[in-house]
Design a protein around this ligand. Structure first.
Ligand code: AHR
Length: 671
């Protein structure tokens, strides 16, 4: 029988052995030394990483509710659209390429209505449903034309068509392509039987006609209210969750999504700006087509909304399937593309691309400090990264000497970035990625403690403890928190970090990558325990580190994985409690973070040295649960969430019981 000890499942005999060794241990003692030997905490330590994966934007953050709005998801059929023929109506629905709206909208949906008087329509069920909320106004728009002028009806209704939640008439549709706009407003909250609205995603969007004739549609769009009411903006609930994380930067647009499978499917930023009718969209490496409704400007506006600085990753001439150029003559167009992109972001409106941004509605330049060249070029089978990087770096530095450059190779700890050396042109920062188990991340809490500080700074640009799916569980959150204590302690070296992937649509078929931070469906969203750890670490962060030393701490045994075991690697004893502390020098507050990855409550003695006194009352924020596999879901979003309480009895020397499987932030007022 396996036993559960320290949050891990061990054979019973092994558990007994660990228990015996643990029973003999003295009380853990944690000493905070307020001796001024700490260093400044990196101001951008916590940020976000994002790309189109797991329906992150389309079907996620990006507000659009219509799936396959431009009819390009499948060349043969109108995926996600269906024909409605009410009461014996006869109609037909097909894709039409004869008369495109324009170059980026080459396909339209043709609806043929045979019978006058009865409703014939086309319906879209969105990304696993259309979210219906009370007293909500939705914006509808589409390009349309008709064989003979007639009005159409747009509606949001139940999937079976029995309940209509909102309905509007269009003006008469003319014979030439024109864009039409309408709004749909739902009723107040209340019982459906009394005409009220109970939130649901069991709904579809319908455009219907009663006049016989032929109608064509393109770029059919339905938007709910967006965060800050931004046009073409983002979903409110998810933006609110991100705002609560207080992220300092956004790394975009990927990840693999930046690279694409081929040159033609890279993140071609110029095809993502301007009106939506100018954006063709493109296949993403994660198995579905991106609308590019979330384009370069939308990423930047997202940053502006949340007061994050953009961290721009530029396509560096290498794709996931191995297309590459290293010859400067062929690489130059991609270098120019990156320079233009940087100009679009930070050039003033008198520059060529700054003027395009102004035309797109944002005259003011965006701040930009960091540019990353490529993504995970440790995977570069051609061995061309060094040459490509050097050429990109020289061109970027020549035009933008103040920008800081991030290399994806040259790391020491991450096997991937260490596979190739730091390019000769040098870098200000190296991006290292870690996707590991919880216990591996716990072992990595000390990864940067003795790291050579003479080289570039470190950006942990993707990382996660990968346990639990679609979103991670408490055990993963413990691994995350342990790792983060190491990043805080070493934030003179590790200047930025961001968890990945950020999002997952948890509806069936929505997930491509297991273990994600924030989950949602069409109607609801929730944070994983890992999300709450990110929030706790970023919300309770001072400006100076405080040295923390632990004595007589509980330990755990890390078994080698099967590959290491085959190679003769033996089980290893590692700590099972982790700490970091930072001080807010203005407020005189110390944020002490404590991670207990064991299955038992720990009675810990805390000593604060180098201060006159510690106020006896403080605050504690604790994330915990009764089982390390506990997690949050759409149905139970609040199962593992932090609880804040007032604590008493603090001082220069105090004892606290630290719950099993917990992450705690203890807030101490120092005098
Ligand atoms: O985060 C998921 C993927 O992991 C990213 O796209 C890629 O950079 C990494 O391999």
């Amino acid at each position: 029988m396996p036993g559960l000890l320290f949050g891990r499942r061990w054979p019973a005999a092994f558990s007994f052995f660990i228990l015996l060794s643990f029973m003999g241990k003295a009380q853990p003692v944690v000493t905070l030394r307020m001796d001024g030997t700490g260093h400044a905490v990196a101001p951008k330590l916590y940020g976000l990483m994002t790309e189109e994966i797991n329906y992150s934007y389309d079907g996620g953050l990006y507000g659009e509710l219509i799936r396959n709005r431009a009819f390009r998801n499948n060349a043969m059929t109108a995926d996600n659209w269906s024909l409605i023929e009410d009461g014996g109506a006869r109609g037909k629905m097909s894709l039409d390429r004869q008369e495109p709206v324009g170059e980026a909208l080459p396909v339209s949906l043709k609806m043929e209505v045979a019978e006058p008087g009865m409703r014939t329509g086309v319906a879209n069920e969105g990304y696993w449903g259309i979210p219906v909320r009370p007293r909500t106004t939705y914006s509808v728009s589409f390009y349309a034309k008709a064989s003979k002028a007639a009005a159409l009806t747009v509606s949001i209704e139940s999937r079976d068509g029995k309940k209509v939640y909102a309905k509007a008439e269009s003006p008469a549709i003319g014979e030439g392509w024109q864009r039409y706009r309408m709004t749909l407003t739902t009723a107040d909250a209340g019982a459906v039987s009394a005409g009220g609205i109970v939130p649901t995603a069991d709904a579809r969007f319908v455009i219907s006609a009663k006049e016989a004739g032929t109608y064509w549609f393109s770029l059919v769009s339905l938007f709910p209210p967006t965060y800050n009411n931004t046009k073409n903006g983002n979903r409110q609930d998810i933006m609110q969750m991100l705002a609560e994380m207080k992220p300092a930067f956004l790394r975009f647009p990927g990840g693999n999504y930046l690279e694409g499978d081929y040159f033609s499917t890279r993140f071609d930023w110029k095809a993502t700006v301007g009106g939506l009718e100018k954006r063709p969209g493109h296949p993403s490496p994660w198995g579905y087509r991106s609308t590019d409704g979330m384009g370069l400007l939308e990423f930047l506006l997202w940053c502006e909304d949340l007061k994050m600085e953009p961290l721009l990753a530029v396509f560096a001439g290498y794709t996931l399937k191995g297309d590459y150029f290293e010859d400067p003559r062929f690489l130059q167009p991609f270098i120019d593309e990156a320079l233009d992109e940087i100009e679009y972001v930070m050039g003033d409106a008198s520059t060529k691309w700054g003027a395009v941004r102004a035309r797109d509605g944002h005259p003011a330049p965006f701040p930009l400090t960091y540019v990353e060249i490529g993504n995970e070029d440790g995977f570069d089978r051609s061995g061309s990264y060094e040459k490509r990087y050097n050429l990109f770096a020289a061109a970027i530095r020549a035009k933008y000497p103040n920008l800081k450059l991030i290399s994806t190779t040259g790391g020491k700890n991450d096997w991937l970035s260490a596979r190739h050396p730091l390019p000769k042109a040098g870098a200000d920062v190296i991006d290292e990625h870690f996707y590991r188990s919880a216990i591996e991340m716990e072992e990595m809490a000390t990864l940067y403690d003795n790291y050579d500080r003479s080289g570039p700074k470190i950006f942990v640009g993707e990382w996660a403890s990968r346990e639990g799916f679609p979103t991670t569980n408490l055990n993963a959150a413990l691994g995350d928190a342990a790792f983060l204590t190491g990043l805080e302690r070493n934030s003179d070296l590790v200047i930025m970090s961001c968890y990945a992937p950020l999002f997952v649509n948890v509806s069936p078929g929505g997930m491509q990558w297991k273990s994600d931070l924030i989950g949602y469906d069409a109607l609801n969203s929730y944070g994983s325990p890992s999300y709450h750890v990110q929030k706790m670490f970023s919300n309770y962060l001072g400006d100076q580190t405080v040295s923390v030393e632990g004595r007589d701490l509980p330990t755990q045994v890390k078994k080698p994985n099967s590959k290491d075991s085959a190679a003769g690697v033996k089980p290893k004893t590692i700590p099972a409690m982790f700490f970091s502390a930072t001080k807010d020098t203005k407020k005189g507050l110390v944020y002490l973070k404590v991670v207990n990855a064991t299955s038992v409550e720990q009675d810990v003695k805390f000593v604060v040295e180098g201060v006159k006194s510690v106020v006896s009352q403080g605050t504690e924020v604790v994330l915990r649960s009764g089982n390390p596999e506990d997690t949050n879901t759409i149905a139970e979003p609040g199962k593992v969430v932090p609880v804040t309480s007032v604590v008493k009895g603090l001082g220069k020397d105090f004892k606290r019981k630290v719950a099993a499987w917990s992450v705690t932030v203890l807030q101490l007022q120092i005098k």
